[in-house]
Design a protein around this ligand. Structure first.
Ligand code: G1P
Length: 577
């Protein structure tokens, strides 16, 4: 219903291509980076590729897993071409604690979009350089001449399944905690500028995120077992201790540290290369136990009550081991950050009652509609050198309280995914409105990396936010997404997104077919009143009903998409009521 928004979306959809070509910097005023892409960007750019050019993404994913080290950290220097990682010869040990979170998210979406469950069983190598013990030590026996692939005792290059890689990444993260039994922040997390709390900092924000990963990984492993007809999987012998240890062995920070150290020491140089077999049910149960423990621990320890029944989660511990966020009577003294809220919601740790409280607090302390919506944090009024260089940026610039598009979009995505549709829509809309308001944003068309305190759009084009914006519009607002390879249409549109005739439409590619899906909602009802009542494939004058209705959405089997849909544009009409 808004042609400006449609045109804006064309540019947003184009941005991921630019980012893939030019990396994270390119125009003269992109004052960071040298055109490269980092580990996080590598995985997130796969998300938009999956929606636009899914063809080779499977190969790319498999190759990217070759950048994971045996201790769950990963190569951070990315070479030319796919899957080329470069050993850090200087041995600069920087570990970003969020890095292990993204690969699983990408794999999960890949499987949903393609149905290629078998990829989980495919094998990839591991990356090897001098850095060991999660970047805390150097392997004196390793020389660059040995090559940057992990070898086993007999000198052979070792390869393990993607399941094994995912377990290595997520379990090692789980065990690396600080004094509050929260995952350590290390060199930083998503927020690259939280880089000055290496020793004692903890990221509550990404502890939420990993908790979500563990539950989904457990679900995915069970689906894999069913789909492939297997009940056991092989993993490297050394990893066994991290999988099987029961709660008594890891419920305190100290015990977690001991287990992790013992594992990392066992894989510091060459590894055994031997595998042991575990029942999928046992691994899934152990992942769920860990996630459940985290959920209770985080909800119990990190919640902050605000005024008028509002509240939110603390997102970090600083380098002095203190909780970073706080409530205060005086609004100017409140400290609130968006990141923790995003992942508590996305990771399923926050229950709906708390989500409602969070959204109210975010609206009070972080929302500025005229400059793009949700800011990253409130003004701490302090150069907080025991947390990160972000506090050296003026308030409202970059990672210090700007409306940082990537996190604002992830906030929207998280809200939609938990059924908070109006709230998610508001976050997306504010970003689009400000981008489109040239007098304020003064930028090229598209979404910027961030809006500064005056609402000016900074760093045009090259932001991961574009992938996420497109993905959220498509898979959450329009609700068109893969589900185990099938096509699921589960719209969460709001009344004003429909045009004067009560129609809204989207074009996409799925399972190699081109689709144009029109949603018909003559009453222009909001999401809660617009469940799918019928979906038809339109061929000239002929129409045939397609898919199975499931709780207000429609699911079309992949085989139907492949057999019933033609080579040209397929017109689908979805009636809402
Ligand atoms: C940039 C980096 C991204 C990082 C973010 C916050 O965001 O590319 O890896 O997480 O800053 O520090 P982007 O360019 O995606 O907007």
């Amino acid at each position: 219903g808004n042609s400006d928004f449609d045109r804006f979306m064309s540019w947003v959809t184009f941005q991921p291509f630019l980012r893939r070509i030019y990396g994270c910097s390119f125009l003269p005023y992109h004052d960071y980076g040298r055109g490269g892409r980092g580990w996080r960007d590598l995985w997130q750019d796969c998300l938009s590729l999956l929606l636009m050019e899914p063809g080779d993404v499977g190969k790319m994913i498999l190759a990217n897993f070759g950048g994971v080290r045996m201790d769950g950290t990963n190569a951070t220097i990315i070479g030319d071409g796919i899957g080329n990682f470069i050993a850090d010869r200087n041995g600069i040990p920087r570990v970003w604690m969020d890095h292990a979170f993204w690969p699983f998210m990408t794999v999960r979406m890949y499987i949903d979009q393609t149905g290629d469950m078998a990829i989980l069983g495919k094998k990839a190598g591991y990356f090897k350089d001098a850095l060991v013990m999660r970047g805390m030590d150097r392997d004196q026996d390793w020389e660059p001449e040995q090559g940057s692939t992990q070898r086993s005792a007999d000198g052979a290059e070792y390869a393990g399944s993607l399941i094994e890689h995912l377990l290595v990444e997520n379990l090692c993260a789980f065990y690396e905690v600080g004094a509050h039994n929260i995952m350590r922040l290390r060199g930083a997390d998503w927020n690259d500028a939280l880089d000055m709390a290496e020793e004692k900092g903890e990221s509550v924000a990404f502890s939420f995120a990993y908790a979500g990963n563990m539950v989904w990984l457990a679900d995915l492993l069970e689906s894999y077992g069913k789909a492939e007809g297997v009940s056991d999987i092989e993993v490297l012998k050394e990893l066994g201790q991290l999988v099987t240890a029961g709660k008594d062995a890891w419920d305190t920070a100290e015990k977690k540290g001991q287990l992790l150290d013992s594992y990392c020491a066992s894989v510091r140089s060459r590894i055994s290369g031997e595998t042991v077999s575990f029942a999928i049910s046992e691994i899934a149960q152990s992942l769920r136990e860990k996630a459940q423990w985290m959920k209770e621990h985080l909800n119990g320890q990190e919640w902050i009550d605000g005024k008028d029944g509002e509240g939110w989660f603390n997102s970090y511990y600083d380098g002095s081991s203190r909780q970073v966020e706080r409530y205060a009577e005086n609004d100017a003294d409140v400290r609130m950050m968006l990141t923790g809220q995003v992942f508590a919601i996305m990771g399923g740790v926050a229950e709906p009652e708390r989500i409602a409280k969070i959204t109210k607090a975010a609206d009070r302390y972080l929302y500025r509609q005229e400059i793009g919506g949700y800011r990253l944090n409130t003004d701490f009024g302090e150069v907080k050198s025991d947390l990160g260089r972000m506090f050296g940026f003026a308030y409202g610039e970059k990672e210090n309280g700007a409306v940082f598009s990537h996190m604002a979009v992830m906030y929207a995505n998280a809200l939609y995914s938990r059924g908070f549709v109006r709230e998610g829509y508001q976050a997306l809309k504010a970003l689009a409105d400000t981008s489109l308001d040239f007098e304020t944003s003064r930028m090229y068309p598209g979404i910027p990396e961030y809006f500064n305190p005056q609402g000016r759009g900074m760093y045009s084009y090259l932001t991961g936010a574009a992938s996420w914006y497109m993905m959220t519009m498509l898979t959450e607002a329009f609700g068109v997404k893969g589900r185990g390879g099938d096509l699921l249409i589960a719209p969460k549109l709001v009344g004003e997104q429909f045009d004067a005739d009560g129609k809204a439409a989207v074009s996409l590619e799925f399972a190699g077919k081109k689709l144009h899906i029109t949603f018909e909602n003559p009453a222009k009802a909001d999401f809660d009143g617009c469940k799918v009542i019928k979906a038809v494939l339109v061929e000239g004058a002929a129409e045939q009903e397609i898919g199975q209705l499931e709780d207000g959405c429609v699911r079309i089997a992949r085989s139907d998409v492949q057999e019933k849909f033609g080579g040209d544009l397929n017109e689908i009409r979805v009636s809402l009521g």
